[in-house]
Design a binder for this molecule. Structure first.
Ligand code: HEM
Length: 216
């Protein structure tokens, strides 16, 4: 239950974050204005950040406990392991989850703390006096290594969610035989749409479709 509910909170965040980030395609005033509105939330932003952190920690703690319990339930390893039904996504949940955690730590150091790229702290405010998140994203993703790591992480996020979003219903008992296949399919479509949405940003920067804006 806890894994499912915290997973849902994180899925909602990931949807909202994508919608916010896609504003890069509408231009600097959109994405920078959006980031400014988030900043203006003040204390509420810290409450949301705290809630997200608690959700991530609980999600990880209980999934690792579940994985250990599953292992303990069968102390003797299988001599031969033929997978009948479990998909690759479902079998790699712990690994994809742990790599995602490493990504989130790097990502916060990259864009929120701005500790990985010295250029971010020298960027002037944009013409509307907002932090220039737009230019940060362009500078960041112009580096193919950075973009590559983001794309790999988005792929793992989709893999993780393609199983996780449908097993959410199973964990809460909101499932029946007829629904199972549909939910699994819906979960996969949702996860790969997220992948397309997020990946479009580094790909567009690498291809030069979104460029640094010229200041007047
Ligand atoms: C192409 C993909 C992504 C881009 C361009 C992006 C962009 C950003 C930016 C610019 C910030 C800083 C916002 C600010 O300081 O105003 C940020 C913060 C953050 N991002 Fe992302 N993000 C991406 C993917 C993700 C994913 C997949 C996750 C989660 C799995 C994620 C989780 C976070 C978190 C937790 C923060 C910190 C929020 C805060 O400062 O309170 N991001 N992201």
């Amino acid at each position: 239950m806890i894994v499912a509910v915290t997973g849902l909170v994180l899925i909602l965040f990931v949807i909202g974050h994508l919608l916010g980030n896609l504003q890069i395609f509408l231009g600097p005033e959109w994405i920078n204005g959006y980031a400014e509105k988030l900043r203006q939330l003040g204390m509420l932003l810290w409450v949301i950040r705290g809630g997200l952190l608690i959700a991530v920690l609980l999600h990880i703690y209980y999934t690792i406990r579940l994985a250990i319990e599953n292992r303990r339930a069968r102390p003797e390893r299988y001599k031969r392991k033929d997978t009948v039904k479990a998909t690759f996504a479902s079998r790699s949940m712990v690994l994809s989850g742990l790599i995602l955690l490493a990504f989130i730590i790097y990502h916060i150091l990259h864009f929120t703390v701005r500790a990985t790229d010295p250029r971010f702290n020298t960027l002037p405010l944009d013409p509307l006096n907002h932090y220039d998140i737009y230019s940060m994203m362009i500078y960041g993703f112009q580096n193919p290594l950075v973009s590559g790591f983001y794309l790999l992480s988005m792929f793992l996020l989709a893999l993780h969610l393609s199983h996780g979003s449908s097993s959410f219903f199973q964990s809460l008992g909101l499932n029946n035989q007829k629904l199972t296949a549909r939910l699994a399919r819906g979960g996969r479509i949702f996860a790969w749409l997220l992948f397309l949405g997020y990946s479009s940003i580094p790909v567009a920067v690498l291809l030069g479709w979104v460029k640094l804006h010229t200041r007047s």
